[in-house]
Design a protein. Structure first.
Ligand SMILES: *Cc1c(COP(=O)(O)O)cnc(C)c1O
Length: 483
């Protein structure tokens, strides 16, 4: 790696700041602060401001990011994050407040949160919303705790959750965390839930169904109304994994499809920068019959003032030590207000249009296992390249050499050698064309000289890593070159 540690760049005497002249009497810190908190030596690097800026800018360039290039990572909705969101999150009234400040001093912030709750209710067709969960997966956990509390309150004996085999990995993981057993249902040849398989698994101990719609194949399940009715017929609840809301926003609503609980991924659909594990926000919305179970504290408006209350009597308790991942919520609020109702609808329209445009061209080069109108993403299979000894992983690595982030690969599990492509609405036709050309060139390389693909990537800061070791035993030590 080319970039040294900031400590190795340090030169004694360099400074990145100048303090104004002291205009208060000088005191000895030892008179005011217990000695155990004071240090004589503090090992801090000394650099000028421009050296600091260049160091971090060079580091940032070792990674691919949205501000550098196309990022069609399926299911992750890597859309461009408008800079106006950042401006709003930097307003001192938002950026400089503390979660424990008295209510009277943060009325504006509480109003913003409360309005965001109502916007999200309107977008999803739900009655109440909590902004607490800090990610989609934590939203799932919260929603399932609500489901469990509801069944306990009603003395329902429930032990199982049904999840389609195309479901996201966090779905079964969240079920296990609250102690539910996962029952998988098969997909039918059109990529939707196999209704016969579902009916055969629908027993009175089913607590609910957890489903993404459109699902991870990017396909809308037309049976969703019937599915919801079936689950309700055994007093189960229907949970909507809202990670794919970008496909339907403004056109239809989970609340209208029969869902009882919804989580959203604000960092996906509502455009806040994400990746590398954070930051995020996963608000959870419920229909009125589940409102009493929402996490406390809640924000309430009494006609004059916003208050933070514990009004939910059957609450599952707080799931975060504050009202939410606040500055992510500010960004999402800015995004919604800037775009408005028609704007949000347009966003979905273009996300779907872009995906279908790409799917129609790429299906000539790669296998398309479910050939029907898609929503915001689609899944190809790299299986046909197998005859040249090439795997989807090789295609993904080669794409990096063209300056693109790879699609999501090997997911969903029901497609062999899967490549899941989500262009989002923010990319131009030119960018989509360039990306498709790269995928076509790679398919040609596979036939002519597969070794190029096997060696890829060659233009990235690091070459091909051992994926399992890199994830499970990352070597994050910095080794100084011997002098
Ligand atoms: C991203 C995603 C999740 C998990 O959300 P996080 O915010 O990453 O925790 C769940 N389901 C689907 C379909 C997703 O794409």
């Amino acid at each position: 790696m080319a970039e040294p540690l900031i400590f190795d760049l340090s030169k004694d005497g360099r400074r990145g700041y100048t303090l104004p002249e002291l205009d208060v009497p000088e005191v000895d810190p030892a008179d005011h602060i217990p000695a155990r908190f004071l240090r004589k030596e503090l090992n801090m690097p000394s650099l000028s401001e421009v050296e600091v800026v260049r160091h971090f800018t060079r580091l940032s360039r070792l990674n691919h990011s949205l501000d550098v290039g196309f990022y069609p990572l399926g299911s992750c909705t890597m859309k461009y994050n408008p800079k106006v969101n950042e401006d709003m999150a930097r307003l001192p009234g938002f950026a400089h407040i503390h979660p424990l400040q008295p209510e009277d001093t943060v009325q504006g912030a509480l109003k913003m949160l409360s309005k965001l709750e109502s916007y999200l209710c309107e977008i999803t067709g739900m009655d109440s919303m909590t902004l607490q969960p800090a990610a989609g997966a934590q939203g799932e956990l919260t929603g399932l705790l609500i489901m469990q509390a509801y069944h306990r309150k009603n003395n329902n004996h429930k032990t199982k959750i049904i999840i389609p085999d195309s479901g996201h990995g966090t779905n079964p993981a969240s079920c296990s965390m609250v102690g539910y057993e996962v029952v998988n249902v098969k997909s039918d040849p059109r990529g939707g839930v196999d209704m016969e398989d579902l009916k055969s698994k629908l027993t009175p101990d089913v607590a609910g169904l957890m489903i993404t719609n459109p699902n991870t194949l990017g396909l809308f399940d037309e049976n969703i109304g019937e599915l919801a009715n079936l689950i309700h017929s055994v007093d189960g609840l229907v949970y909507y994994d809202g990670a794919n809301l970008n496909a339907i926003m403004g056109w239809t609503r989970p609340g209208d499809m029969g869902f009882d609980i919804v989580h959203l991924n604000l960092h996906k659909t509502f455009s806040t920068p994400h990746g590398g594990g954070g930051p995020g926000a996963g608000p959870v919305g419920v229909k009125s019959h589940l409102e009493a179970y929402l996490p406390n504290p809640r924000i309430q408006f009494d006609g004059k003032k916003y208050k933070v209350t514990t009004k939910c009597r059957e609450s599952v308790g707080p799931v975060l030590a504050s009202l939410g991942n606040f500055l992510v919520l500010v960004r999402a609020f800015a995004y919604i207000t800037v775009n408005g109702r028609e704007g949000l609808k347009d966003i979905s329209t273009h996300a779907v249009l872009n995906a279908n445009y790409m799917m129609q061209r790429l299906k000539k080069t790669y296998k398309l296992p479910y050939d029907r109108f898609c929503k915001h993403e689609f899944v190809l299979s790299g299986k046909t390249l197998g005859e040249f000894g090439v795997k989807t992983l090789d295609v993904a690595k080669r794409l990096l050499d063209f300056g693109f982030h790879a699609p999501t690969v090997y997911f969903p599990l029901i497609v062999e050698e899967a490549m899941m492509i989500e262009p989002t609405e923010t990319e131009s036709k030119g960018t989509l064309d360039c990306f498709m050309e790269a995928l076509e060139m790679i398919a040609a390389e596979a036939k002519e000289n597969a070794e190029i693909l096997k060696q890829a990537p060659v233009k990235t800061p690091v070459r091909r890593l051992d994926e399992a070791t890199a994830a499970r035993k990352p070597d994050i030590n910095y080794y100084r070159k011997p002098e």
